[in-house]
Write a protein that binds this ligand. Structure first.
Ligand SMILES: [Zn+2]
Length: 168
């Protein structure tokens, strides 16, 4: 079987006892959710496919919908109507938005964070630059802010970005 973007996969119903703990956890999750394990056709590895989740390109939410062609008799899905922003809707933005993948949105958030000036980090984290040594480009302050950011989960990061990102 192939995904829409050409990735080949198989399904199995048993967990390979030899696989790594992480893969085992993923496989157990597949079994519990779908009654089968979806594995990579080449390596037989269970797919941790969360990163392929489609999300809103603006806010990163997966609470989204897209227009599609449906067979009116069988109600089966035939295909998406296109890739226009106007075909897509984000419930959280309550607006038409382009979509992206979770993986890409995570990368985007990380890039945004890494480009922030120390003064912006101060405003966002509430940490005070003047409480840290000012030598070496305030490295200790930046490290403390980065630790603060790294401890946030995906949804928390999304909210921080939404509140502080002024790029349109
Ligand atoms: Zn959105």
């Amino acid at each position: 079987m192939k995904t829409s973007y050409g990735f080949e996969f198989n399904t199995v119903t048993e967990i390979d006892p030899e696989c790594r703990d992480y893969d085992k956890a993923v496989a157990e999750c597949h079994l519990a959710n779908a009654g089968m394990v979806i594995v990579d056709a080449e390596y037989g590895q269970p797919l941790d496919n969360k990163d392929d989740t489609v999300v809103c390109n603006k806010c990163g939410s997966s609470d989204i919908q897209t227009q599609a062609w449906v067979d009116p008799n069988t109600k089966t899905f035939i295909g998406a109507t296109g890739i226009d922003r106007g075909d897509n809707w984000c419930n959280q933005c309550a607006d038409n938005q382009l979509f992206t993948t979770l993986k890409k949105f995570k990368e985007y958030m990380q890039e945004w964070w890494e480009k922030l000036e120390p003064s912006e980090m101060e405003r966002i984290t509430g940490l005070r630059q003047d409480r840290y040594p000012s030598d070496n480009h305030s490295q200790e302050f930046v490290d403390a802010c980065t630790k603060w950011w790294n401890e946030k989960n995906y949804d928390e990061k999304r909210m921080i970005l939404k509140k502080h990102n002024n790029d349109e």
